[in-house]
Design a protein around this ligand. Structure first.
Ligand SMILES: Cc1ncc(C[n+]2csc(CCOP(=O)(O)OP(=O)(O)O)c2C)c(N)n1
Ligand SMILES: [Mg+2]
Length: 549
Protein backbone atom coordinates (compact mmCIF):
# COMPACT_ATOMS: atom_id res chain seq x y z
CA UNK A 1 0.00 0.00 0.00
CA UNK A 2 0.96 3.62 -0.26
CA UNK A 3 -0.87 6.91 0.21
CA UNK A 4 -2.47 9.35 -2.14
CA UNK A 5 -0.27 12.41 -1.62
CA UNK A 6 -1.90 14.97 0.68
CA UNK A 7 -1.35 18.72 0.97
CA UNK A 8 1.00 18.05 3.93
CA UNK A 9 4.54 17.11 2.81
CA UNK A 10 5.12 16.14 6.49
CA UNK A 11 2.42 13.47 6.28
CA UNK A 12 3.55 12.22 2.87
CA UNK A 13 7.13 11.89 4.08
CA UNK A 14 6.14 10.26 7.40
CA UNK A 15 3.92 7.65 5.79
CA UNK A 16 6.56 6.76 3.20
CA UNK A 17 9.16 6.48 5.95
CA UNK A 18 7.07 4.21 8.19
CA UNK A 19 5.95 2.13 5.23
CA UNK A 20 9.55 1.37 4.32
CA UNK A 21 10.39 0.54 7.95
CA UNK A 22 7.53 -1.97 7.96
CA UNK A 23 8.68 -3.44 4.66
CA UNK A 24 12.13 -3.92 6.24
CA UNK A 25 10.68 -5.90 9.14
CA UNK A 26 10.09 -3.26 11.84
CA UNK A 27 6.97 -4.15 13.86
CA UNK A 28 6.97 -1.94 16.97
CA UNK A 29 6.74 1.81 17.48
CA UNK A 30 6.55 3.87 20.66
CA UNK A 31 5.11 7.38 20.40
CA UNK A 32 4.95 10.27 22.86
CA UNK A 33 2.57 13.12 22.10
CA UNK A 34 3.59 16.47 20.61
CA UNK A 35 2.64 18.89 17.89
CA UNK A 36 5.78 18.93 15.70
CA UNK A 37 5.78 15.11 15.47
CA UNK A 38 2.05 14.78 14.72
CA UNK A 39 2.50 13.51 11.14
CA UNK A 40 4.60 10.58 12.37
CA UNK A 41 2.28 9.89 15.30
CA UNK A 42 -0.88 9.95 13.18
CA UNK A 43 0.78 7.75 10.55
CA UNK A 44 1.70 5.30 13.32
CA UNK A 45 -1.90 5.24 14.56
CA UNK A 46 -3.12 4.48 11.03
CA UNK A 47 -0.49 1.75 10.57
CA UNK A 48 -1.69 0.20 13.82
CA UNK A 49 -5.29 0.14 12.52
CA UNK A 50 -4.07 -1.62 9.38
CA UNK A 51 -2.27 -4.22 11.52
CA UNK A 52 1.11 -3.14 10.14
CA UNK A 53 2.69 -1.87 13.38
CA UNK A 54 2.16 -2.39 17.10
CA UNK A 55 1.84 1.07 18.59
CA UNK A 56 2.49 1.97 22.24
CA UNK A 57 1.87 5.46 23.54
CA UNK A 58 3.60 6.90 26.62
CA UNK A 59 3.41 10.49 27.83
CA UNK A 60 6.88 10.37 29.41
CA UNK A 61 9.61 10.04 26.77
CA UNK A 62 12.07 8.53 29.24
CA UNK A 63 9.55 5.77 29.95
CA UNK A 64 8.74 5.40 26.24
CA UNK A 65 12.40 4.97 25.32
CA UNK A 66 13.04 2.31 27.97
CA UNK A 67 9.81 0.58 26.90
CA UNK A 68 11.19 0.54 23.34
CA UNK A 69 14.46 -0.86 24.71
CA UNK A 70 12.53 -3.72 26.32
CA UNK A 71 10.57 -4.40 23.13
CA UNK A 72 13.83 -4.51 21.13
CA UNK A 73 15.55 -6.77 23.67
CA UNK A 74 12.70 -9.27 23.61
CA UNK A 75 12.04 -9.27 19.85
CA UNK A 76 15.63 -8.77 18.64
CA UNK A 77 14.21 -6.35 16.03
CA UNK A 78 14.74 -2.59 15.72
CA UNK A 79 12.06 -0.51 17.46
CA UNK A 80 11.02 3.03 16.50
CA UNK A 81 10.67 5.80 19.10
CA UNK A 82 8.97 9.03 18.06
CA UNK A 83 9.10 12.31 19.98
CA UNK A 84 8.43 15.98 19.50
CA UNK A 85 11.16 18.63 19.79
CA UNK A 86 12.93 20.20 22.77
CA UNK A 87 13.37 18.58 26.19
CA UNK A 88 11.30 15.64 24.92
CA UNK A 89 14.32 14.47 22.92
CA UNK A 90 16.70 14.78 25.88
CA UNK A 91 14.43 12.47 27.91
CA UNK A 92 15.41 9.62 25.58
CA UNK A 93 19.07 9.90 26.52
CA UNK A 94 19.25 7.34 29.38
CA UNK A 95 17.72 4.57 27.27
CA UNK A 96 19.83 5.56 24.27
CA UNK A 97 22.97 5.22 26.42
CA UNK A 98 21.90 1.82 27.73
CA UNK A 99 21.08 0.71 24.18
CA UNK A 100 24.51 1.90 23.02
CA UNK A 101 26.39 0.00 25.72
CA UNK A 102 24.28 -3.14 25.23
CA UNK A 103 23.99 -2.89 21.41
CA UNK A 104 20.20 -2.81 21.32
CA UNK A 105 18.66 -1.60 18.03
CA UNK A 106 16.67 1.60 18.68
CA UNK A 107 15.66 3.97 15.91
CA UNK A 108 14.99 7.35 17.53
CA UNK A 109 12.98 9.80 15.43
CA UNK A 110 12.73 13.34 16.77
CA UNK A 111 10.74 16.10 15.13
CA UNK A 112 12.36 19.51 14.72
CA UNK A 113 11.68 22.91 13.25
CA UNK A 114 13.14 23.65 9.81
CA UNK A 115 16.54 25.28 9.64
CA UNK A 116 15.11 28.78 9.14
CA UNK A 117 13.41 28.59 12.56
CA UNK A 118 16.39 27.25 14.50
CA UNK A 119 18.76 29.41 16.50
CA UNK A 120 16.40 32.40 16.74
CA UNK A 121 14.62 31.63 19.99
CA UNK A 122 11.68 29.78 18.43
CA UNK A 123 9.49 28.01 20.97
CA UNK A 124 10.57 24.49 22.00
CA UNK A 125 13.62 24.59 19.73
CA UNK A 126 17.14 23.54 20.67
CA UNK A 127 20.11 22.01 18.89
CA UNK A 128 18.96 18.40 18.42
CA UNK A 129 21.36 16.82 15.91
CA UNK A 130 24.14 15.18 17.92
CA UNK A 131 22.26 15.55 21.21
CA UNK A 132 23.09 11.91 22.09
CA UNK A 133 26.81 12.40 21.48
CA UNK A 134 28.72 9.25 20.65
CA UNK A 135 25.86 7.05 21.89
CA UNK A 136 23.99 7.43 18.59
CA UNK A 137 25.75 5.23 16.05
CA UNK A 138 24.59 7.48 13.23
CA UNK A 139 22.62 10.75 13.05
CA UNK A 140 20.67 12.19 10.15
CA UNK A 141 19.50 15.81 10.23
CA UNK A 142 16.87 15.95 7.51
CA UNK A 143 15.49 19.13 5.97
CA UNK A 144 11.75 19.71 6.03
CA UNK A 145 9.96 18.13 3.09
CA UNK A 146 8.38 20.72 0.81
CA UNK A 147 6.34 18.58 -1.55
CA UNK A 148 9.08 18.39 -4.18
CA UNK A 149 9.27 15.36 -6.46
CA UNK A 150 11.21 12.40 -5.08
CA UNK A 151 10.66 13.18 -1.38
CA UNK A 152 8.81 9.97 -0.66
CA UNK A 153 11.61 7.98 -2.27
CA UNK A 154 14.08 9.92 -0.13
CA UNK A 155 12.06 8.96 2.96
CA UNK A 156 12.21 5.28 2.00
CA UNK A 157 15.95 5.55 1.38
CA UNK A 158 16.39 7.10 4.83
CA UNK A 159 14.57 4.15 6.42
CA UNK A 160 16.86 1.72 4.58
CA UNK A 161 19.95 3.60 5.74
CA UNK A 162 18.72 3.66 9.34
CA UNK A 163 17.99 -0.07 9.41
CA UNK A 164 21.37 -0.83 7.87
CA UNK A 165 23.12 1.21 10.62
CA UNK A 166 21.10 0.04 13.61
CA UNK A 167 23.72 -2.06 15.43
CA UNK A 168 22.79 0.13 18.43
CA UNK A 169 20.78 3.35 18.65
CA UNK A 170 20.53 5.64 15.62
CA UNK A 171 18.95 9.09 15.48
CA UNK A 172 16.78 10.59 12.74
CA UNK A 173 16.15 14.28 13.38
CA UNK A 174 13.36 15.25 10.99
CA UNK A 175 12.33 18.84 10.32
CA UNK A 176 8.70 19.51 9.56
CA UNK A 177 7.03 22.64 8.29
CA UNK A 178 3.35 23.56 8.32
CA UNK A 179 0.90 22.10 7.53
CA UNK A 180 2.20 19.60 10.08
CA UNK A 181 -0.25 16.88 9.01
CA UNK A 182 -3.24 16.08 6.83
CA UNK A 183 -5.75 13.20 6.72
CA UNK A 184 -4.67 10.50 4.29
CA UNK A 185 -6.06 7.44 2.54
CA UNK A 186 -4.34 4.32 1.32
CA UNK A 187 -4.06 3.00 -2.17
CA UNK A 188 -2.71 -0.43 -3.13
CA UNK A 189 0.89 -0.43 -4.33
CA UNK A 190 2.90 -2.89 -6.41
CA UNK A 191 5.85 -2.52 -4.07
CA UNK A 192 6.86 -6.10 -3.24
CA UNK A 193 7.69 -6.94 0.36
CA UNK A 194 11.38 -7.68 0.59
CA UNK A 195 13.24 -9.64 3.20
CA UNK A 196 14.48 -7.84 6.27
CA UNK A 197 18.00 -6.57 5.58
CA UNK A 198 20.22 -8.06 8.21
CA UNK A 199 23.04 -5.93 9.53
CA UNK A 200 26.40 -7.61 8.92
CA UNK A 201 29.39 -6.49 10.95
CA UNK A 202 32.37 -5.68 8.74
CA UNK A 203 35.37 -8.00 8.48
CA UNK A 204 35.72 -11.75 8.68
CA UNK A 205 35.07 -13.26 12.13
CA UNK A 206 38.05 -14.71 13.98
CA UNK A 207 37.70 -18.15 15.55
CA UNK A 208 40.18 -19.47 18.11
CA UNK A 209 40.66 -23.23 18.46
CA UNK A 210 40.83 -24.36 22.12
CA UNK A 211 41.63 -27.72 23.67
CA UNK A 212 40.38 -28.83 27.08
CA UNK A 213 42.94 -28.34 29.86
CA UNK A 214 42.73 -28.14 33.65
CA UNK A 215 42.88 -24.76 35.38
CA UNK A 216 40.45 -23.25 32.88
CA UNK A 217 37.20 -21.50 33.85
CA UNK A 218 34.47 -20.13 31.60
CA UNK A 219 32.86 -16.85 32.67
CA UNK A 220 29.53 -15.57 31.36
CA UNK A 221 28.28 -12.02 31.93
CA UNK A 222 25.21 -10.25 30.59
CA UNK A 223 24.64 -10.89 26.89
CA UNK A 224 26.66 -14.14 26.82
CA UNK A 225 23.70 -16.32 25.82
CA UNK A 226 23.73 -20.12 25.99
CA UNK A 227 27.00 -20.51 24.07
CA UNK A 228 29.08 -20.08 27.26
CA UNK A 229 27.34 -23.04 28.88
CA UNK A 230 28.03 -25.20 25.82
CA UNK A 231 31.70 -24.20 25.69
CA UNK A 232 32.13 -24.91 29.43
CA UNK A 233 30.73 -28.42 28.91
CA UNK A 234 32.91 -29.08 25.87
CA UNK A 235 35.99 -27.90 27.77
CA UNK A 236 35.00 -29.72 30.96
CA UNK A 237 35.50 -26.38 32.74
CA UNK A 238 33.70 -24.79 35.71
CA UNK A 239 31.07 -22.31 34.50
CA UNK A 240 30.83 -18.99 36.32
CA UNK A 241 27.62 -17.65 34.79
CA UNK A 242 26.02 -14.52 36.16
CA UNK A 243 22.30 -14.79 36.62
CA UNK A 244 21.40 -12.57 33.64
CA UNK A 245 23.98 -14.14 31.30
CA UNK A 246 21.66 -16.58 29.55
CA UNK A 247 24.01 -19.40 30.63
CA UNK A 248 23.00 -19.82 34.28
CA UNK A 249 22.25 -23.54 33.99
CA UNK A 250 23.80 -26.91 33.25
CA UNK A 251 26.02 -29.42 35.06
CA UNK A 252 29.13 -27.19 35.10
CA UNK A 253 27.50 -24.22 36.85
CA UNK A 254 29.31 -22.90 39.94
CA UNK A 255 26.90 -20.69 41.86
CA UNK A 256 29.21 -19.94 44.81
CA UNK A 257 31.92 -18.55 42.56
CA UNK A 258 32.67 -15.48 44.68
CA UNK A 259 33.65 -17.61 47.66
CA UNK A 260 35.61 -20.12 45.58
CA UNK A 261 37.54 -17.48 43.66
CA UNK A 262 38.77 -16.32 47.08
CA UNK A 263 39.56 -19.84 48.32
CA UNK A 264 42.98 -21.49 48.19
CA UNK A 265 43.30 -24.28 45.62
CA UNK A 266 40.41 -22.87 43.62
CA UNK A 267 40.71 -19.26 42.43
CA UNK A 268 44.48 -19.19 42.79
CA UNK A 269 44.84 -22.29 40.58
CA UNK A 270 43.08 -20.78 37.57
CA UNK A 271 45.40 -20.00 34.70
CA UNK A 272 43.05 -19.69 31.72
CA UNK A 273 39.80 -17.73 31.56
CA UNK A 274 37.35 -17.66 28.65
CA UNK A 275 34.87 -14.76 28.93
CA UNK A 276 31.52 -14.39 27.17
CA UNK A 277 29.31 -11.30 27.59
CA UNK A 278 29.80 -8.48 30.10
CA UNK A 279 30.39 -9.51 33.74
CA UNK A 280 29.41 -6.73 36.17
CA UNK A 281 28.16 -8.26 39.41
CA UNK A 282 31.27 -9.11 41.39
CA UNK A 283 34.73 -7.75 42.19
CA UNK A 284 36.20 -11.24 42.10
CA UNK A 285 35.94 -11.69 38.32
CA UNK A 286 37.89 -8.56 37.31
CA UNK A 287 40.40 -9.35 40.09
CA UNK A 288 40.95 -12.84 38.67
CA UNK A 289 41.53 -11.51 35.16
CA UNK A 290 44.08 -9.00 36.50
CA UNK A 291 46.03 -11.60 38.48
CA UNK A 292 49.53 -12.23 37.13
CA UNK A 293 49.85 -15.42 35.13
CA UNK A 294 46.19 -15.61 34.15
CA UNK A 295 45.57 -15.78 30.42
CA UNK A 296 42.18 -14.31 29.45
CA UNK A 297 40.44 -14.81 26.14
CA UNK A 298 37.39 -12.62 25.53
CA UNK A 299 34.82 -13.81 23.03
CA UNK A 300 33.48 -10.54 21.65
CA UNK A 301 29.77 -9.79 21.78
CA UNK A 302 27.89 -6.75 20.53
CA UNK A 303 28.50 -3.87 22.96
CA UNK A 304 30.09 -0.44 22.98
CA UNK A 305 33.36 -1.50 24.61
CA UNK A 306 35.26 -4.79 24.65
CA UNK A 307 35.45 -6.14 28.22
CA UNK A 308 39.06 -5.66 29.33
CA UNK A 309 39.61 -5.24 33.10
CA UNK A 310 42.97 -3.62 33.84
CA UNK A 311 43.60 -3.98 30.08
CA UNK A 312 44.88 -7.45 30.96
CA UNK A 313 42.97 -9.48 28.36
CA UNK A 314 45.36 -11.49 26.19
CA UNK A 315 43.14 -12.08 23.16
CA UNK A 316 39.86 -10.96 21.66
CA UNK A 317 38.13 -13.35 19.29
CA UNK A 318 34.70 -13.59 17.70
CA UNK A 319 34.20 -17.28 18.44
CA UNK A 320 35.97 -20.30 19.87
CA UNK A 321 35.91 -23.88 18.67
CA UNK A 322 36.76 -26.85 20.89
CA UNK A 323 38.75 -29.83 19.66
CA UNK A 324 39.50 -32.88 21.78
CA UNK A 325 37.74 -34.51 24.72
CA UNK A 326 37.86 -33.24 28.29
CA UNK A 327 39.64 -36.07 30.09
CA UNK A 328 40.43 -34.68 33.54
CA UNK A 329 37.07 -34.40 35.33
CA UNK A 330 38.61 -33.78 38.77
CA UNK A 331 39.07 -30.00 38.31
CA UNK A 332 35.45 -29.48 37.36
CA UNK A 333 34.18 -31.91 39.98
CA UNK A 334 35.92 -30.05 42.81
CA UNK A 335 34.40 -26.71 41.85
CA UNK A 336 30.89 -28.01 41.36
CA UNK A 337 30.77 -30.01 44.59
CA UNK A 338 32.41 -27.28 46.68
CA UNK A 339 29.88 -24.77 45.37
CA UNK A 340 26.98 -27.11 46.25
CA UNK A 341 28.33 -27.58 49.76
CA UNK A 342 28.74 -23.86 50.31
CA UNK A 343 25.18 -23.18 49.24
CA UNK A 344 23.74 -25.94 51.39
CA UNK A 345 25.65 -24.74 54.45
CA UNK A 346 24.22 -21.24 54.17
CA UNK A 347 20.74 -22.52 53.38
CA UNK A 348 17.95 -20.61 55.06
CA UNK A 349 16.00 -23.57 56.48
CA UNK A 350 14.21 -22.00 59.45
CA UNK A 351 15.34 -23.03 62.88
CA UNK A 352 12.56 -25.28 64.00
CA UNK A 353 12.84 -27.48 67.06
CA UNK A 354 12.07 -30.99 65.79
CA UNK A 355 10.68 -32.00 69.18
CA UNK A 356 8.43 -29.03 69.44
CA UNK A 357 5.61 -30.41 67.42
CA UNK A 358 4.20 -32.15 64.45
CA UNK A 359 5.06 -31.81 60.77
CA UNK A 360 2.05 -29.51 60.42
CA UNK A 361 3.50 -27.19 63.04
CA UNK A 362 6.83 -26.91 61.22
CA UNK A 363 5.05 -26.29 57.93
CA UNK A 364 3.24 -23.45 59.62
CA UNK A 365 6.49 -22.07 60.95
CA UNK A 366 7.97 -22.04 57.44
CA UNK A 367 4.94 -20.27 56.04
CA UNK A 368 5.16 -17.65 58.79
CA UNK A 369 8.89 -17.02 58.44
CA UNK A 370 9.59 -13.33 57.74
CA UNK A 371 11.05 -12.82 54.26
CA UNK A 372 14.73 -11.91 53.97
CA UNK A 373 16.73 -11.14 50.81
CA UNK A 374 17.81 -14.68 50.17
CA UNK A 375 14.31 -16.05 50.62
CA UNK A 376 12.98 -13.36 48.28
CA UNK A 377 15.57 -14.17 45.62
CA UNK A 378 14.88 -17.91 45.88
CA UNK A 379 11.09 -17.52 45.87
CA UNK A 380 11.06 -15.35 42.75
CA UNK A 381 13.44 -17.78 41.01
CA UNK A 382 11.32 -20.80 42.00
CA UNK A 383 8.15 -19.16 40.70
CA UNK A 384 9.65 -18.38 37.28
CA UNK A 385 9.61 -20.74 34.27
CA UNK A 386 10.77 -20.66 30.63
CA UNK A 387 7.53 -19.12 29.33
CA UNK A 388 7.93 -16.33 31.95
CA UNK A 389 10.42 -13.47 31.93
CA UNK A 390 12.50 -12.21 34.86
CA UNK A 391 13.88 -8.67 34.93
CA UNK A 392 16.31 -7.69 37.68
CA UNK A 393 16.90 -4.09 38.76
CA UNK A 394 20.36 -2.77 39.55
CA UNK A 395 21.56 -2.86 43.17
CA UNK A 396 21.49 -5.46 45.94
CA UNK A 397 18.77 -7.85 44.84
CA UNK A 398 20.34 -8.86 41.53
CA UNK A 399 23.52 -9.71 43.44
CA UNK A 400 21.54 -11.72 45.96
CA UNK A 401 19.87 -13.69 43.16
CA UNK A 402 23.24 -14.18 41.49
CA UNK A 403 24.73 -15.51 44.74
CA UNK A 404 22.14 -18.13 45.59
CA UNK A 405 19.89 -19.42 42.84
CA UNK A 406 20.50 -22.84 41.29
CA UNK A 407 20.82 -23.36 37.54
CA UNK A 408 17.61 -23.05 35.56
CA UNK A 409 17.10 -22.21 31.89
CA UNK A 410 14.81 -19.21 32.14
CA UNK A 411 14.97 -15.88 30.29
CA UNK A 412 16.51 -13.30 32.65
CA UNK A 413 17.21 -9.71 31.70
CA UNK A 414 18.99 -6.87 33.47
CA UNK A 415 20.05 -3.49 32.04
CA UNK A 416 23.75 -3.99 32.76
CA UNK A 417 25.08 -1.85 29.92
CA UNK A 418 25.27 1.01 32.42
CA UNK A 419 23.58 -0.63 35.43
CA UNK A 420 21.24 2.31 35.99
CA UNK A 421 18.46 2.17 38.55
CA UNK A 422 16.33 4.11 36.05
CA UNK A 423 13.89 2.64 33.54
CA UNK A 424 13.68 -0.83 35.08
CA UNK A 425 9.88 -1.11 35.08
CA UNK A 426 9.61 0.52 31.64
CA UNK A 427 12.09 -1.98 30.18
CA UNK A 428 10.25 -4.85 31.83
CA UNK A 429 6.93 -3.66 30.42
CA UNK A 430 8.46 -3.71 26.94
CA UNK A 431 9.72 -7.25 27.51
CA UNK A 432 6.34 -8.30 28.93
CA UNK A 433 4.34 -6.84 26.04
CA UNK A 434 6.60 -8.32 23.38
CA UNK A 435 6.81 -11.75 24.99
CA UNK A 436 3.08 -12.01 25.59
CA UNK A 437 2.06 -10.90 22.12
CA UNK A 438 3.33 -14.21 20.75
CA UNK A 439 0.21 -16.35 20.36
CA UNK A 440 -0.21 -18.80 23.17
CA UNK A 441 2.44 -17.39 25.52
CA UNK A 442 0.71 -17.50 28.88
CA UNK A 443 3.75 -16.40 30.87
CA UNK A 444 4.14 -13.57 33.34
CA UNK A 445 6.99 -11.06 33.59
CA UNK A 446 8.42 -10.56 37.07
CA UNK A 447 10.53 -7.53 37.95
CA UNK A 448 12.57 -7.70 41.12
CA UNK A 449 13.96 -4.35 42.24
CA UNK A 450 14.69 -2.05 45.18
CA UNK A 451 12.52 0.73 46.57
CA UNK A 452 14.59 3.59 45.09
CA UNK A 453 14.44 1.88 41.70
CA UNK A 454 10.64 1.74 41.73
CA UNK A 455 10.34 5.37 42.81
CA UNK A 456 12.80 6.32 40.06
CA UNK A 457 10.50 4.84 37.40
CA UNK A 458 7.07 5.73 38.75
CA UNK A 459 6.04 7.12 35.35
CA UNK A 460 6.21 3.58 33.95
CA UNK A 461 3.20 2.60 36.05
CA UNK A 462 0.95 4.81 33.95
CA UNK A 463 -1.16 2.96 31.37
CA UNK A 464 -3.03 5.46 29.23
CA UNK A 465 -6.61 4.67 28.29
CA UNK A 466 -6.68 1.84 25.77
CA UNK A 467 -3.03 0.80 26.29
CA UNK A 468 -2.60 -2.97 26.76
CA UNK A 469 -1.81 -4.15 30.30
CA UNK A 470 0.50 -7.17 30.21
CA UNK A 471 0.78 -9.82 32.92
CA UNK A 472 3.48 -8.31 35.11
CA UNK A 473 4.48 -8.44 38.77
CA UNK A 474 6.70 -5.69 40.13
CA UNK A 475 8.28 -7.10 43.29
CA UNK A 476 9.82 -4.40 45.47
CA UNK A 477 12.23 -5.25 48.26
CA UNK A 478 11.54 -2.22 50.44
CA UNK A 479 14.38 -1.46 52.84
CA UNK A 480 13.65 2.25 52.93
CA UNK A 481 16.54 3.58 50.82
CA UNK A 482 19.67 2.66 48.89
CA UNK A 483 21.11 0.14 51.32
CA UNK A 484 23.70 -1.11 48.82
CA UNK A 485 25.80 1.82 50.01
CA UNK A 486 25.90 0.36 53.54
CA UNK A 487 28.61 -1.97 52.26
CA UNK A 488 30.90 0.89 51.23
CA UNK A 489 33.67 2.17 53.47
CA UNK A 490 32.08 5.61 53.49
CA UNK A 491 29.10 4.21 55.43
CA UNK A 492 31.23 3.97 58.55
CA UNK A 493 32.96 7.32 58.06
CA UNK A 494 30.44 9.92 56.97
CA UNK A 495 28.02 9.83 59.91
CA UNK A 496 24.66 11.49 59.36
CA UNK A 497 25.79 12.90 56.02
CA UNK A 498 25.96 9.33 54.70
CA UNK A 499 22.26 8.87 55.36
CA UNK A 500 21.40 12.22 53.85
CA UNK A 501 23.22 11.96 50.51
CA UNK A 502 23.84 8.24 49.88
CA UNK A 503 21.32 6.12 51.74
CA UNK A 504 18.55 8.60 50.88
CA UNK A 505 15.81 7.05 53.01
CA UNK A 506 12.21 7.26 51.89
CA UNK A 507 8.93 6.27 53.45
CA UNK A 508 6.55 6.95 50.59
CA UNK A 509 3.51 4.66 50.32
CA UNK A 510 3.91 2.02 47.62
CA UNK A 511 0.32 0.97 48.22
CA UNK A 512 -1.00 4.47 47.52
CA UNK A 513 1.20 4.57 44.42
CA UNK A 514 -0.30 1.31 43.18
CA UNK A 515 -3.82 2.57 43.82
CA UNK A 516 -3.10 5.88 42.06
CA UNK A 517 -1.95 4.12 38.89
CA UNK A 518 -4.56 1.35 38.94
CA UNK A 519 -2.27 -1.54 39.83
CA UNK A 520 -3.21 -4.41 42.13
CA UNK A 521 -1.22 -4.24 45.38
CA UNK A 522 -0.10 -7.08 47.68
CA UNK A 523 1.95 -6.76 50.88
CA UNK A 524 4.02 -9.90 51.51
CA UNK A 525 5.98 -10.03 54.75
CA UNK A 526 6.11 -13.81 55.24
CA UNK A 527 7.20 -16.67 53.06
CA UNK A 528 3.63 -17.94 52.81
CA UNK A 529 2.32 -14.55 51.71
CA UNK A 530 5.13 -14.18 49.21
CA UNK A 531 4.68 -17.60 47.59
CA UNK A 532 0.97 -16.92 47.26
CA UNK A 533 1.52 -13.44 45.82
CA UNK A 534 3.93 -14.79 43.20
CA UNK A 535 1.38 -17.12 41.64
CA UNK A 536 0.30 -15.68 38.32
CA UNK A 537 -2.45 -13.07 38.20
CA UNK A 538 -3.74 -11.39 35.05
CA UNK A 539 -3.69 -7.85 36.49
CA UNK A 540 -0.48 -5.79 36.72
CA UNK A 541 0.52 -6.21 40.36
CA UNK A 542 2.96 -4.57 42.75
CA UNK A 543 4.16 -6.89 45.50
CA UNK A 544 5.82 -5.02 48.38
CA UNK A 545 8.20 -7.06 50.53
CA UNK A 546 9.55 -5.32 53.65
CA UNK A 547 13.27 -6.00 54.17
CA UNK A 548 15.64 -5.10 56.96
CA UNK A 549 18.78 -3.10 56.28
C1 LIG B 1 20.18 6.31 37.29
C2 LIG B 1 21.07 5.92 38.42
N1 LIG B 1 21.28 6.79 39.43
C3 LIG B 1 22.06 6.43 40.47
C4 LIG B 1 22.64 5.20 40.51
C5 LIG B 1 23.53 4.82 41.70
N2 LIG B 1 22.84 3.79 42.52
C6 LIG B 1 23.19 2.50 42.45
S1 LIG B 1 22.31 1.54 43.49
C7 LIG B 1 21.47 2.84 44.09
C8 LIG B 1 20.49 2.67 45.21
C9 LIG B 1 19.41 1.72 44.87
O1 LIG B 1 18.49 1.62 45.93
P1 LIG B 1 17.36 0.53 45.91
O2 LIG B 1 16.76 0.46 44.56
O3 LIG B 1 16.43 0.80 47.03
O4 LIG B 1 18.16 -0.84 46.13
P2 LIG B 1 18.92 -1.37 47.45
O5 LIG B 1 20.33 -0.96 47.32
O6 LIG B 1 18.28 -0.77 48.64
O7 LIG B 1 18.76 -2.85 47.38
C10 LIG B 1 21.86 4.04 43.45
C11 LIG B 1 21.29 5.37 43.75
C12 LIG B 1 22.41 4.32 39.43
N3 LIG B 1 22.93 3.08 39.37
N4 LIG B 1 21.61 4.70 38.42
MG1 LIG C 1 16.41 -0.09 48.92
Amino acid sequence: MTIRPTNSPATNFSVALLEEFVRLGVRDIVVSPGSRSQALALAAAEFEKQGMLRLRVRIDERVGAFLALGLAIETGRPVLVVTTSGTAVANLHPAVLEAHHSAVPLIVISADRPDSLRGIGSNQTTHQPGIFGTAAHQTWDVEAPTGAAGEMDAAAKLAREAVAAVSGPVHLNLSFDEPLSAPFTWQPSDNPVSEKTAHQPPGAPTTLALTPAPATVVIAGTGAGPRAEQVARELGAPLIAEVASGSHFGPNLVVAYRELLNTANFGDRVDRVIVFGHPTLSREIPALIQRRGVQTIVVRHPSADDYNPGRCVSRFVDEVSISGEATDRAWLGRWVSASRQLLETDSIAPDIDADAGTHAKSELAIVRTPVDRRMLAEAVWRATWPHDRLVLGASRLIREVDRVVPGKKIPVHANRGLAGIDGTISTALGIALASQEEAGNEGVTRVLLGDLAIFHDVGALMFGVGEPRPRIQVIVGNDGGGTIFDALEVAGQAGASFDRVLLTQQNASIEALAVAYGWRYVFAATRGELDQALSAHPEPTIIEVPLGR
